[in-house]
Design a protein around this ligand. Structure first.
Ligand SMILES: *Cc1c(COP(=O)(O)O)cnc(C)c1O
Length: 371
């Protein structure tokens, strides 16, 4: 029963669709959780032993956490070869992505991102009262020329996910650098590197943190949710010019990152063995997927992150439903305007095999309305 409260919300909030997490639909099936969950790009190994150990010992939860995240910032600064003053911590990198906009965007200012870009950028633009501006894509990939052309005197923020979720595409170092160098002084660029650990060392993949000295209006965001396996704890960070970090610190809530997350993240950061194991599992899993998709004749982007973007060439919803009935949960992408695509997390070998089996079976059913 409506109490008319929606009418009280700002127009841009009324127009927003709430984010649909990959798990929500499973939870609504009445408790029978699918056995295989490859919908949210989590690390199939979970977090490593160091983080687990830290979790078991995580301090005094009745005390407020260190609101500055001093220990984690020191560890990150050393790893990344930056100053602690360049770091901003958030409850997931999603919060950091929002903090940047809260500091910089006001009604009348524009937020640019590409078609098929991570959907959070759109909602952040709306929440902060800015005008979302979607640049056309080239195929499924970001188009640097189109992004540049979308920049106007009112543009304040540009978001680029590298690689992009859900499409798996990424921008080469040269093209990205050229784009950043071409931007006017009133535009801050955010490079969202949620999956960078999986691609580091790949020919042409940029490490944008090393560019910060050249580009003062660049912000790089990263997360502990993906390769570090701490998605449930909600912790991520931004690396930027200290002046920008200081602005973000003004809009940040005092204790936005909890003490358990801080302590587990510190431990995860040092656990190189777990990172190596996770990388290796992902490399093998991606090869497994690639070979099977070739055999099935399914077009896909295996972009090097821990997920695969499938282009089915037919409505994906029935395929998704059929896979879910088989106990395998993947991610449909209608809200991205991609009704014929699915996103699948690369899991352990047995999970991939079951997922592929469910996919093959679903694809063997004729799409409704044909024949
Ligand atoms: C998963 C993901 C994030 C990270 O979200 P958290 O809030 O850190 O869990 C950010 N950007 C992209 C593109 C992602 O896929």
């Amino acid at each position: 029963m409506s109490a008319g409260l929606s009418a009280l919300a700002a127009r841009e909030i009324r127009a927003l669709e709430p984010y649909r997490p990959g798990l929500a639909e499973a939870d609504r099936t009445g408790g029978s959780r699918p056995a295989i969950r490859l919908a949210s790009n989590e690390n199939p190994l979970g977090c490593g032993p160091a983080a687990r150990h830290a979790l078991a010992r995580a301090g005094e939860p009745w005390r407020y956490p260190d609101g500055n995240g001093t220990a984690l910032k020191a560890a990150l600064a050393e790893r990344l070869d930056v100053a602690p003053e360049q770091l901003t911590l958030g409850a997931g990198s999603n919060e950091v992505l929002l903090l940047i906009a809260q500091a910089l965007v006001r009604p009348g200012l524009e937020v640019v991102y590409s078609r098929y870009a991570f959907i959070v950028y759109h909602s952040i633009a709306c929440i902060t009262g800015g005008t979302p501006v979607e640049a056309p894509a080239r195929g499924r990939a970001h188009d640097p020329a189109a992004l540049r052309a979308a920049v106007t005197p009112r543009t304040r923020l540009l978001y680029i996910a590298n690689p992009n979720n859900p499409t798996g595409t990424w921008m080469q170092a040269a093209a990205l650098r050229e784009l950043l160098a071409s931007l006017p002084a009133h535009v801050v660029s955010v490079i969202d590197e949620a999956y960078c650990e999986y691609l580091q060392g790949t020919q042409g993949y940029p490490d944008c943190v090393s560019w910060l000295a050249d580009f003062p209006r660049l912000v790089v965001t990263r997360t502990f949710s993906k390769i570090h396996g701490l998605a449930g704890l909600r912790i991520g960070y931004a690396v930027s010019h200290p002046e920008l970090a200081e602005l973000m610190n003004r809009v940040r809530q005092p204790f936005n990152v909890n003490c358990v997350a801080l302590s587990a993240a510190c431990a995860a950061l040092r656990d190189d063995a777990h990172l190596a194991r996770s990388l290796e599992l992902n490399r093998r899993g991606t090869a497994q997927w690639r070979a099977a998709l070739d055999r099935l004749g399914v077009a896909a982007v295996c972009g090097g992150g821990n997920f695969i973007f499938l282009e089915l060439g037919r409505p994906a919803r029935p395929v998704y439903e059929s896979m879910r009935e088989a106990g395998v949960l993947v991610r449909p992408l209608e809200e991205y305007g991609l009704p014929a695509a699915l996103r699948v997390t690369v899991g352990r070998a047995a999970e991939n095999a079951r997922c592929l089996e469910a996919l093959e079976q679903a694809l063997s059913r004729r799409p409704a309305g044909t024949g």
